[in-house]
Design a protein around this ligand. Sequence first.
Ligand code: IPT
Length: 983
Amino acid sequence: MVLSRRTFSAFAGSAALGLSLSGSAGGAASATGRAHVAPTGPAPGPPAADRAAHTVGLDRYSMLIDGKRLVLWSGEVHPFRLPSPSLWRDVLEKLRAHGYNAISIYVSWNYHSPAPGTYDFTGVRDLDLFLRTAAETGLYVIFRPGPYINAEVDAGGFPGWLTATQGTARTSDPTYLKYVDEWLTAVDRIAARHLYTKGDGTIVLYQLENEYADHVDSPLGRDYMAHLYAKVRADGIDVPLFHNDKGRNGYWAPGTFDTDGETGRYLYAFDGYPSPFRQPPDWGYFGIGGTRGGSTASPETPGFIAEFGGGWFDPWGGVEFGGKGYAESRRTRDAAYERRFYLTNLANGIKVHNVYMSFGGTSWGWLPAPVVYTSYDYGAALDEARQPTAKLIPMHQIGQLLHSVPDLAKLDRAADITVGPDIKAYHLVNPDTKAHVYVLRNDSSTEVVASVPLAGTTVRVPVPGLDARLLATGIALGRRTLRYSSAQPMLWLTAGRQDIAVFTGRLGESTQTALECASEPKVTVLEGDAACAYADGVLRVDAELSGLTRVLVEGGGTSTPLLLLLADDETSRRLWRYDTPSGPVLVHGPALLRTAALRDATVHLTGDTVEAADLEVWGPRGIRDVVWNQGAVKTLATASGSLRAERQLPGVPGVRLPALTDWRRSVENPESAADYDDSDWKAADKTSSYSVTPVPAGQPVLFADDYGYHYGDVWYRGHLTDAGDADSVSLSYISGSQGLLMAWLDGRPLGTHRMPVPDKKTVRQGTWAATATFPVEPDGRGPHVLSVLVRRMQHDQDGTARDTHKVARGLTAVTFNGASPAVTWRIQGEVSPDPVRGPVNNGGLHGERHGWHLPGHADGDWKTVGFPRAERHQGVIWYRTGFRLAIDTAVDASIGLTLTDDPARAYRVQIFLNGWNMGQYINDVGPQHIFVLPNGLLRTRGSNTLALAVLSDGTTPAGPGQVELTLLGSAAGGVPVTLVDSP
Ligand code: IPT
């Protein structure tokens, strides 16, 4: 009988409000076995490191956490792309607030390992702290430590030193496996301290390898995967493991390799980055499947998308988005894209859903792979400057829905329905509760009003062009049951004496919502316009969505009132649910709710405002007082059962940024001079290499990695004898995209060669090799010195397991025409890695080797200059200045450095903030002009040092032009920020 289900859901709903502290509920699947029962109860409450044992299981529908069904609604975030640990909390709180219940993280091997046997998890690399913060924020973690990650990072995450080792990576090669085990031992030691199974943290899933699509049918691959499986288990990781298939190929599905005799603890997952301009693909329930495809590849494990496009990356020159940068990625994969594609995924049975990226961040220093520039904003829902975008709205609405309506965690395909032309309709049913779920998608560009058969009635539902919505019938809304609604349900909760249910849709839309009521209820429209009518056991509420329409329903079969809230998108964005141990809190008004805690009769809230904002709070019975960011707020009780602030919360005060002046200048590259003393440089005289680039016959190995230089610029000095007759020299080199080479003979510039700006095709080609030929006129037989600087950019990724990260970087061959001089070579790259900033901070420029980028560098004798500059020079010139900020500690200001100049000027700039390499600006390539300076590295109260290393080729005047601080966003609130050590 319907009533009993309703009663159960209502009861269970309240029970789910607190943290789930105890172990498994009855019939749960466990980490060591399979589910036998597939309950549809409440979704588990937010996780915490609660020191209790938990089970993490699964069946063919979903993950089962302590036996409770859970749809993981996850966002990808990379700790290494935000080098300021305090801000991790900001990002995670913003995602949690917007409905995400999980995050997925890569851990990048190269970031933590400057040398074999050395693994560093301190400072900005403090993975323990990151995982603790995730647990404190109440987010589950999907853990992805590689060993290979791709991720548009240098060498796909492989450490630079691995490029100079024997053996084929990403195979069962024993040398490679030896290093892999070293890494896994180090990273698993940390992961094992944060497993949800033990209540030490919130890791619930762990990924082996990454999009491994090669050697699928060979022992090289199978043994490798089996090795990883066994190693990770041996390291004490007891949560389910998985691999992310590059497409729906069925690669590495359960049973395709040896999982140490275990079954039921390994999942199949796949990745999808479909074009936003085509129809969203079906898989799972509505897909064509095939023996290896989608859900049919692994019928016993839940639909799992380990990565689904939340944006896309942009190469140098901005070729992906027509030079418009990540704003265009965000525009083409906007909120409507998310509804259209992600709701299609849910309709297809996806129950573990991770959006790559949800916060992209910054590929600072030498982290970026050749395919990307510094910003990894990605067009994600939370932008690189940590600012929420409109893309968070659907994530929020769907995330809250998944939490409130556990029926969605167990759906079967139901009979197809027809809703008229131009709408794709998906129909699903929960076999236990008989709740029905519909996804309606409009792939045309104009609005369609669909006639949808819902619970025996035909309901007119507008679906805007290129948009989608989810509808439900028969779901519990507290003590009541939804008959149908043309609006998308968002959440329900019990607060104090009443239930609250929220429905959402686009601004201005006409909606009809029907609730089952055994008898005629008392209905009061508290705010907005709504027409209400009762007939035949159903209360119907019709309203146009605008702001917050409030309808109070009392009686009608239950003594608990229901506050029905109808919210347009922007309004729904300001509705925050927070689960406390005493029950849920619903807050309306501010730009962000970070935390809520109940102490006695007071609810303590923290969060952000941007504009002045209303504050209204619904919470457990007995709440009388409200505190916002430590300040008492005077409130009134409302007819809606809430407490409402008498006055608005103030918005953020204005933030003024200083102009950058008093630049000082110093010219470098003494290495190009004939008489430079290079006697302490390494002799480049090796004869063999593990690189996949062949060593040219009769020449020494000149590849930088073979001499221990893995990041940034590298210098060569060739000492020539008998070169007098030479008329030209040909320098062959390999770099990543945007690499360049410049040369001098006896201190005289020979010229610069630059790799071409990539186009859509070449950007994926992977290898940038070229030969630059410069005429020479050596005076006399010598000796002569040929100085060469190579900006080698980064190593290729190894997406196809062909050791492409071992393609050489730096000079590869040097030949002279007209003479055959004897040459001895010396090489110099980065000095030993910065112990605080890590291995990817520095390359081998003279200034970097001598600390010109560091705050403490004595630049008193550098000459003061003004910007803009216009100077013709081949080589490197540094500029330094300091600036002070005095930003109110109650303000979270996100600040960037903006560089602009005449785009014809050929120069590039490495930007150092307090010694931290915040990235590379290429004036005549772009498209990036704004570089985010994360607080913590940036002292928002105190003094800062900026150092710019300008590399110009002498063909045009070079800047810097305009260099200024830019406010990228601000809010009253934020998180406390601890300064990052910056010696
Ligand atoms: C897939 C990778 O797994 C991920 O690391 C990242 O590179 C992402 O794509 C693109 O940003 S690779 C796949 C799209 C071929």
